[in-house]
Ligand binder design. Structure first.
Ligand SMILES: NC(=O)c1ccc[n+]([C@@H]2O[C@H](COP(=O)([O-])OP(=O)(O)OC[C@H]3O[C@@H](n4cnc5c(N)ncnc54)[C@H](OP(=O)(O)O)[C@@H]3O)[C@@H](O)[C@H]2O)c1
Length: 246
């Protein structure tokens, strides 16, 4: 998986939503999927950043992307449903989602996580990917072999002191992924949902949580793209309900 060599046409004709496409891992996923033929839907909350990525994709001659801005902290039910609705209206199909957007806190004793911290992290990291998947289910079910990737976190997989609300929000995603896999497996066996835990990657969030680290020694976002390609493409159609740790 880590050394997967994707054919350049792996994602041709696929339409894929990438949340948090404005930052480093999400940006790398968007560019990589577009380079392999996908029409990517760039989600973020800052339109200027998304437009820069849109231009980068167009300049490389990849399929024309789409932009859907939405702030997960502020969105209501209509906002999440509207995201799915505009994908249906503009692009008519959806073959995959990478739920990459997340927010975090610097590590601290859980005793210091207040109510607002809990609500913000659960909303952005757990509730948003869950309700977006729900809103997009009709499109995903209609696709020939759709793939949904939740982004987990090692501290949400193995409980670790000082990662409190962030770890709990990511742990909840693993539960959601497994329940959905069970519920869909007989009725919609062609739709697969997995969790990918990227491991330490040199990105904005890692530099925030580990300021003293030598970041040049860490994997770069581009280094983990073979696994994202594998999980989105046809060679992983049998991989379901898995939590994959890089
Ligand atoms: N880097 C690592 O070492 C590592 C390790 C394990 C797991 N992960 C996971 O990998 C994913 C990407 O991480 P990263 O390091 O690339 O993080 P990042 O640089 O902080 O990017 C996070 C993305 O989420 C978006 N986002 C944050 N709050 C949002 C909100 N309220 N509404 C909508 N979008 C919002 C950000 O948009 P803005 O640009 O507008 O802020 C950004 O595009 C995350 O799910 C993270 O938990 C990362």
């Amino acid at each position: 998986m880590k050394t997967y060599q994707a054919p350049l046409d792996l994602l041709t004709d696929k339409v894929i939503l990438i949340t948090g496409a404005s930052s480093e891992i999400g940006h790398a996923i968007a560019l990589t999927y577009a380079a392999h033929g996908a029409t990517v839907i760039l989600h973020g909350r800052n339109v200027t950043k998304l437009e820069a990525i849109y231009d980068e994709i167009e300049a490389k001659g990849y399929p024309q992307p789409a932009i859907i801005p939405l702030d997960f902290e502020k969105a209501d039910d209509q906002g999440f449903a509207g995201l799915a609705g505009s994908i249906g209206l503009q692009l008519k199909r959806l073959d995959g989602i990478v739920h990459n957007a997340a927010t975090l806190l610097t590590p601290m004793p859980m005793e210091l996580n207040n109510l607002d911290d809990w609500l913000r992290l659960l909303r952005v990291n757990l509730v948003a990917p869950t309700v977006i998947t729900r809103a997009c289910l009709p499109l995903l079910k209609a696709a020939p072999s759709a793939s949904v990737i939740f982004t987990g976190e090692s501290h949400g997989h193995t409980p670790t002191a000082f990662w409190g609300a962030y770890a709990a929000s990511k742990a909840g995603l693993e539960m959601v992924m497994q329940i959905w896999t069970q519920e869909l497996e007989n009725l919609h066996p062609d739709l697969r949902i997995n969790t990918l835990i990227p491991g330490p990657v040199n990105s904005r969030s890692r530099r925030k949580t580990h300021p003293g680290e030598d970041h040049s020694q860490l994997p770069q976002p581009a280094d983990i793209m073979p696994t994202y390609l594998y999980l989105m493409g046809k060679d992983s159609v049998h991989v379901k309900g898995q939590c994959i740790l890089l």
